[in-house]
Design a protein. Structure first.
Length: 253
């Protein structure tokens, strides 16, 4: 099954039966990157494609905030019956916003590579997104490719990822200016009301997702399990580990 929301967000389901797990990607995620957290999960996986990404239409004016993306995620969860959710980066921020508003919304949540909690992104990530946006605004795709390549760990075969990521980022300069300056949960104390199982996954060397943010998110959710992986890109370098962590999380939903 597949569908499209009024904002232009598209979704595609894979598999069948319960549990139904919603998968929300990060900003500028390629199609393959968006599906990574869904790999190997039981039941039905509903993978979102955000506006301006993949085959989705461009985002409407003023779309790019954690609040607005969270509204779409709530609508998508309602329409598909999703009781579990997994987010990455921007997707995690949107899920945090939704959980702060509705602590009982999901029976399990995976929060991968949070980039921010109650304040905008930290300086290194802010600078990186500003450089991405500037390259797009200057129509300098060679520079953008170089910047994308600098974010990747050495010695990992990423195939055509750099080109696909460059193409994705080239569509969303407005998002790269807006999202890093936003905060998912201005009052993180509201996350203390979450009682369902939550996995928070951080990384030690990811230039866009500080380890300290993952620790802060886990500290704000008393029931959270924190896993920190020694990597600059754990979804690429530790696929098997991440897959097992997510399978364990949703298997009992």
């Amino acid at each position: 099954m597949q569908g499209t929301l009024a904002s232009g967000l598209r979704w595609q389901s894979y598999g069948s039966g319960d549990p139904v797990t919603l998968v929300v990607p990060g900003l500028g995620a390629t199609s393959g990157e968006a599906r990574l957290p869904a790999s190997g999960l039981p039941g039905t996986r509903v993978v979102a494609t955000l506006p301006g990404h993949g085959d989705a239409v461009d985002a409407p004016a003023g779309y790019w905030s954690y609040t607005r993306v969270a509204e779409d995620i709530a609508e998508l969860a309602d329409s598909t019956g999703a009781r579990a959710a997994i987010g990455t980066s921007l997707g995690t921020g949107a899920l945090l916003r939704l959980l702060a508003e509705e602590p009982g919304r999901f029976a399990a949540a995976g929060l991968l590579l949070p980039g921010a909690l109650d304040a905008p992104r930290e300086s290194p990530a802010m600078r990186a997104f500003a450089e991405f946006a500037s390259a797009v605004e200057d129509s300098d795709l060679d520079r953008l490719r170089g910047l994308v390549g600098e974010q990747l760990p050495d010695g990992v075969d990423v195939g055509g990822y750099v080109e696909a990521r460059t193409t994705a980022l080239a569509r969303i300069p407005e998002a790269m200016r807006a999202i890093p300056n936003d905060a998912p949960v201005p009052e993180p104390g509201r996350l203390a009301a979450v009682t369902a199982p939550v996995l928070v996954l951080g990384a030690t060397k990811d230039p866009l997702h500080a380890e300290s943010v993952a620790r802060a998110v886990a500290a704000a959710i008393p029931v959270a399990r924190l896993e920190i992986l020694d990597s600059a890109a754990p979804l690429l370098t530790h696929r098997g580990v991440v897959r097992e962590l997510l399978r364990d999380l949703v298997s009992n939903v």
